[in-house]
Write a protein that binds this ligand. Structure first.
Ligand SMILES: [Zn+2]
Length: 172
């Protein structure tokens, strides 16, 4: 699914890549919320994206896999992150959700420096799904700086997810 070429490329990707879509705290600093511990990290944009780690727990800030997050964690991401969020609302019993999971993971790899790919299991975490008016799952949202930039429901393949996220965030 992930070829070697992709991982090698990652080393050269710098946070400047995301400057186009984040009007950060300043031109040279963006705030990124650690998906592991919730710490808000101020990250210089000239640092290689793959080297950025959380100041509290040491987790990699720009992970390449979708991260399961709960309602509380999502609140913090939505309130504090300068970095765009892609959220997949899903449930264990939902066949299309499970079917889409590999495609979503693949899109997360390709867009690792553009957005955080998160997953919220709606049975244990109904709050944000309710607030955002999710009626059917899988439901995908792009949220940036507290605002819903785009939303859609129904399973997609990975290139459709990627294309949709890129156009939502206006990144090439
Ligand atoms: Zn952390």
């Amino acid at each position: 699914m992930v070829d070697g070429h992709d991982s090698a490329d990652m080393a050269d990707v710098r946070l400047q890549a995301i400057k186009g879509c984040v009007m950060g705290v300043s031109d040279s600093i963006v705030e990124v919320v650690c998906v592991n511990c919730g710490q808000v990290n101020r990250v210089p944009t000239d640092r290689p994206a793959n080297k950025a780690t959380c100041g509290r727990c040491g987790a990699i800030l720009f992970g390449r896999e979708p991260v399961q997050i709960d309602d509380a964690g999502l609140t913090k991401q939505i309130e504090r992150s300068d970095f765009p969020l892609v959220i997949d609302f899903w449930a264990e019993w939902c066949g299309p959700c499970r079917a889409m999971a590999p495609a979503y993971a693949q899109a997360a790899v390709r867009l690792a420096t553009k957005a955080h790919f998160l997953k919220v299991e709606v049975d244990s975490n109904p709050m944000w799904a309710g607030k955002l008016g999710v009626r059917g799952i899988p439901a995908l949202f792009v949220i940036h700086r507290g605002k819903v930039v785009a939303q859609r429901s129904g399973a997609l393949d990975s290139s459709s997810i990627e294309k949709w996220v890129r156009s939502s965030l206006d990144v090439s």
